[in-house]
Design a protein around this ligand. Structure first.
Ligand code: NAP
Length: 214
């Protein structure tokens, strides 16, 4: 798969590091030298946001949540995303109150999907801290980490595969009407992270046995 990532920060680097052995990955950022240095560390390429979006069959929105829509503009606007799978990893959470900023109970993911009508959108990778995604072996006490995600039907299989490729077990919560709950749940995770809990311990669903629970 060709994966374009808007951003080259912590999450972009962690995910690219997992994917680059199997997929072609292009990172991006407003500072191309910085993005190139990160990309070199994880076996990915680097380009502008426009180049990364044009490159990817899958586009990961990995700016900070406040910058998601300016990132889409930097990538060339909604038409660039037509027909592509778009993964929203962002947590719209206020770091002082630890509440979601989406007061209307409509998720950031749904707002993105509304802004990108030709894209196939889902939310994933938002429920664990970057240090968890960097873990080479995502088994804890011998059990594989399970990762909740939401997706529209056309994005489902691709997102599930990419979760598998980072070493976690995908578990679809439902369509993007459930993304608000993932964002609110991430606010709980972030609250306990700020309180000093170990990132590997917070709300990670661990599968005790192999069975189909989708
Ligand atoms: N960190 C975590 O533990 C974690 C876990 C799960 C989910 N998340 C979510 O993941 C998202 C990214 O988090 P992060 O920690 O990776 O953030 P980060 O380290 O601050 O990285 C943000 C990246 O976005 C780029 N960027 C910002 N505006 C851009 C634009 N208009 N066009 C292109 N690139 C742009 C920045 O690059 P330049 O400044 O060079 O442009 C930077 O590389 C956040 O929304 C967060 O809620 C984070």
């Amino acid at each position: 798969m060709k994966i374009g990532i808007i951003g080259s920060g912590g999450m972009a680097k962690a995910l690219a590091g997992k994917w680059s052995s199997k997929h072609q990955v292009m990172l991006s950022g407003r500072d191309l030298d910085k993005a190139s240095n990160v990309a070199a560390e994880v076996g990915a390429s680097a380009g502008t946001a426009k180049e990364a979006a044009a490159f990817g069959e899958v586009i990961v929105l990995a700016t900070r949540w406040e910058d998601v829509f300016s990132g889409i503009d930097s990538a060339g606007g909604p038409e660039v995303f037509q027909g592509k799978v778009v993964i929203d990893i962002n947590n719209p959470v206020n770091f002082e109150t630890f509440l979601t900023t989406r007061d209307d109970k409509r998720s950031l993911t749904q707002a993105i999907a509304g802004h990108l009508p030709g894209a196939h959108v889902g939310k994933a990778f938002n429920m664990a801290q970057v240090a968890v995604w960097e873990d080479q072996d995502m088994t804890y006490d011998g059990r594989q980490m399970v990762t909740l995600y939401t997706a529209d039907e056309r994005a489902d299989a691709v997102i599930a595969e990419l979760i598998g490729d980072v070493g976690a077990e995908p578990l679809r919560l439902g369509g993007n009407e459930y993304a608000y709950q993932l964002e609110a749940a991430a606010a709980i995770v972030i609250k306990f992270l700020f309180a000093g809990r170990n990132p590997q311990t917070i709300l990670n669903f661990i599968q005790p046995e192999v069975r189909d629970v989708r």
